[in-house]
Write a protein that binds this ligand. Structure first.
Ligand code: NI
Length: 277
């Protein structure tokens, strides 16, 4: 893309030394990458990434995401139905998700969860909750971790995880909750996903929260194509830019980038055990 050269990106890879990064949440199957997807994946490798975990958000996008895992060795995927795409899940949908779930490069059920920011209608929110619970059950049956999207639905998301999430671990992606919620998730054995907003001037509580959490529980992600981190803010986001999230995390915690990269990568491998080195 304009403004991002391979030389710039290769410099990011050099800054990491021997350490690697994993973008634990991307959407490179979307149309924003139709023209240059090969180059985007190549730049991710040059920027020091070992893996990209792409996320499906509907049946259709889960299918296209699974297809990418067959093209690119470093790309893995989650499959699932995002709350903004909520519809009554048919048995055929569930069977299809289950048959993808056993593939070696399908590492999670995700992204799933609740979005009360975009959805104000009470009945549709109820549908989101039912769909979320059903996909948690599916993850439990498949012994897969989950990737959870939660926007302005902290109370209901946590209540569902406490009641219906037994035996399941996962990541609260693009974390936007309180320190108390983060600490409860850590106690439950969950991971906290941080991305571009950590680098924003209006990052609110997040910088303080990531300073107080154990580094062993944090994973880094882009959620590309949106929410590009500073200094790429406003541009199309891409997996290579997860470097900037890791660098901000290192700065906030007073640790080296190499240490943060090593630990968050180890965390991603623990979160998603089907990722292969
Ligand atoms: Ni996402």
């Amino acid at each position: 893309m304009a403004g991002v050269t391979e030389a710039m990106v290769a410099q990011l890879g050099k800054d990491l030394g021997q350490a690697k990064l994993i973008d634990t949440h991307a959407h490179i199957n979307v149309e924003h990458f139709a023209e240059d997807r090969d180059a985007v994946v190549e730049r991710a490798a040059q920027a020091g990434l070992s893996h990209i975990v792409n996320m499906g958000d509907s049946m259709e996008s889960s299918q296209s995401s699974v297809a990418l895992t067959k093209i690119y060795p470093m790309v893995y995927t989650g499959v699932g139905i995002h709350p903004e795409e909520a519809h009554p899940m048919t048995q055929a949908d569930e069977d299809q998700l289950a048959s993808w779930g056993v593939l070696p490069k399908v590492v999670a059920i995700g992204e799933i969860g609740l979005d009360y920011y975009w959805e104000k209608d009470g009945d549709k929110r109820q549908l989101q909750r039912e769909l979320f619970i059903r996909q948690l059950d599916l993850a439990r049956q498949l012994h897969l971790p989950v990737c959870v999207h939660n926007r302005e639905a902290h109370g209901d998301t946590m209540e569902i995880l406490r009641k219906e999430g037994k035996g399941i671990v996962g990541v609260m992606h693009c974390f936007s909750g309180s320190l108390e919620i983060a600490q409860e998730l850590v106690k439950m054995g969950w991971f906290i996903g941080v991305d571009g907003p950590l680098t924003f001037k209006n990052a609110a509580k997040l910088p303080e929260i990531v300073q107080k959490l154990p580094l062993e529980r944090i994973v880094v992600e882009t959620d590309c194509p949106y929410m590009a981190p500073v200094p790429m803010r406003g541009k199309r986001n891409e997996p290579a830019f997860v470097y900037h999230v890791a660098a901000k995390l290192a700065q906030l915690r007073g640790e080296s980038l190499e240490k943060v990269a090593r630990q968050t990568t180890a965390n991603a491998l623990e979160l998603y055990p089907k990722l292969e080195l």
